[in-house]
Design a protein around this ligand. Structure first.
Ligand code: EPZ
Length: 431
């Protein structure tokens, strides 16, 4: 098991390259199942979850060739070839390790007319059901049955040909994954589909743009109502994964909490509007340049009142990182987590470093403290791990973060990127 050691107190400064977005990559990769032509994805991040998804695609019969990129280069190129599927099943032992595997359900069903996918089960931040995925797929013609922890989905047959019909569905609550699943299933349905109260996250826009590049017909991209005209088949394409707005926001918090200045290179500021306005409200200088965002601390951090919400609101994936940053603010902040029911696992670990945080239900009150002290702490989930790294960067002394496999799921070469801008950070292996 690896640990990350940080000796805090250094102000970070310099340029930091932003990688391709994990949450875009994980919905673009299954698009390769929708066609027998090659789909080439560029700017793929080097992450455990991307590798895991590649193995799942291989299990289904798709090849995933990575074009040679030098190890020091960012942005891999992967060509996915699913000439034909050799399996229509996503097994429990894969799905339980990576929830995003559920995103093969729609594509397998659309391509093969049937799919059998294990229910993902919960994770650290909540029980994370998939009822909305299933209801949306049913609305476009899927026939579902559940047994022994698996969902089996079938497309209705007409003259012996299985094909989804298309249809209309209004989400009762916004769901990123369920929107992604139903969009990927609807693009080759027989008829048209109308998806209302669809998620509008930039990763959904990236998905729709990739599908359009493959020949799909989608109107309303970026809005909460998507109109999809089914087409008979999709063709291959080459598509570049969008930059990771959550990685960029996380490193922006690193600049703020260390009193430094970072230029985040390769990010589209549009995709992180709520994060950037929250940073400005906290007294951090935010400057937009051509394809970068420069974030510079200037004086004490101001406390904030933040409530997480679907895009374009303040992202739940930024809550833990802002909580760490606000531990050093000049006053009390109030954070309310409305998306997941258990996304405060970082609080007790931050408290071990001297943070003053009180959680009541979905609301956390963070009282700023003068100093934090380095300590051995344990990562529990991806974004919680990043909040511990951020606190360690600003704490006195040494912080040791264990279970860093959580981090490796979502942050490409984290120590390398942070060392390059002045952090005293290293990864040690406990064998
Ligand atoms: C995606 O998860 C992201 N993961 C999450 O990022 C992100 O936090 C989340 O969207 C919200 O933005 C990927 O893209 C791989 P949801 P997803 O469906 O799709 C409930 C990270 O750190 N819900 O929008 O699973 C659900 O329980 C990860 O990168 C149902 O009730 O999120 C939650 O309370 C963490 N039924 C809310 O909706 C369903 O069928 C939002 O979930 C589906 C979801």
């Amino acid at each position: 098991m690896d640990r990350i050691l940080i000796r805090g107190g250094n102000r970070l400064s310099g340029k930091l390259p932003i990688s391709g977005a994990k949450n875009a990559a994980l919905t673009l990769m299954p698009c390769g199942l929708l066609t027998d032509q090659p789909l080439t994805l560029r700017n793929l991040p080097r992450l455990a979850d991307v590798d895991g998804f590649g193995h799942l695609l291989n299990q289904l019969g798709a090849s995933t060739a990575i074009e040679g990129t030098r190890p020091d280069e960012f942005g891999r190129v992967m060509t996915i070839r699913a000439g034909q599927l050799t399996s229509t099943e996503a097994p429990y032992d894969i799905v339980r390790k990576m929830r995003a595997s559920i995103l093969v359900l729609g594509p397998i069903l659309a391509r093969a007319g049937e799919a059998r996918v294990s229910l993902p089960g919960g994770c650290a931040i909540g029980n994370r059901p998939i009822d909305l995925h299933l209801k949306a797929l049913e609305a476009i013609g899927a026939e579902l049955e559940m047994s022994a922890g698996y969902v089996t989905a079938r497309a209705p047959k007409t003259n012996g040909v299985a094909r989804l019909t298309g249809g209309r569905y209004r989400f009762p609550v916004v769901s990123v994954g369920a929107t992604e699943n139903v969009v990927m299933a609807a693009v080759t349905a027989k008829g048209s589909s109308r998806i209302e109260n669809a998620a509008r996250e930039p990763e959904i826009v990236d998905l729709c743009r990739c599908l359009v590049a493959m020949g799909a017909q989608i109107e309303g991209i970026g809005t909460e109502t998507l109109e999809i005209e089914g087409v008979d088949r999709l063709h291959g394409a080459t598509y570049a994964v969008m930059p990771d707005r959550i990685e960029a926001g996380s490193y922006a918090c690193a600049a703020a909490i260390t009193g430094g200045s970072l230029e985040l290179v390769g990010i589209d500021a549009e995709s992180m509007g709520a994060t950037l306005s929250a940073l400005s409200d906290a007294g951090v200088l935010v400057e937009l340049t051509k394809n970068a965002v420069r974030v510079t601390a200037q004086g004490p951090l101001q406390p904030l009142t933040l409530t997480t919400a679907p895009f374009p609101g303040f992202a739940t994936d930024m809550q833990a990182q802002f909580m760490a940053m606000l531990c050093k603010a000049d006053g009390a902040s109030v954070l309310t987590e409305t998306i997941f029911e258990n996304r405060y696992m970082h609080v007790p670990e931050l408290a071990r470093m001297g943070a003053d945080i009180t959680v009541t239900g979905r609301t956390a009150v963070v009282r700023g403290v003068e100093r934090m002290a380095g300590a051995p702490v344990m990562a529990t989930d991806l974004r919680a791990s990043m909040s511990l790294i951020l606190a360690g960067l600003a704490a006195d002394g040494e912080t040791s973060v264990s279970r860093v496999y959580h981090l490796d799921r979502g942050y490409e070469r984290l120590e390398e990127k942070l060392s390059a801008v002045g952090a005293d950070i290293e990864r040690v292996s406990d064998g």
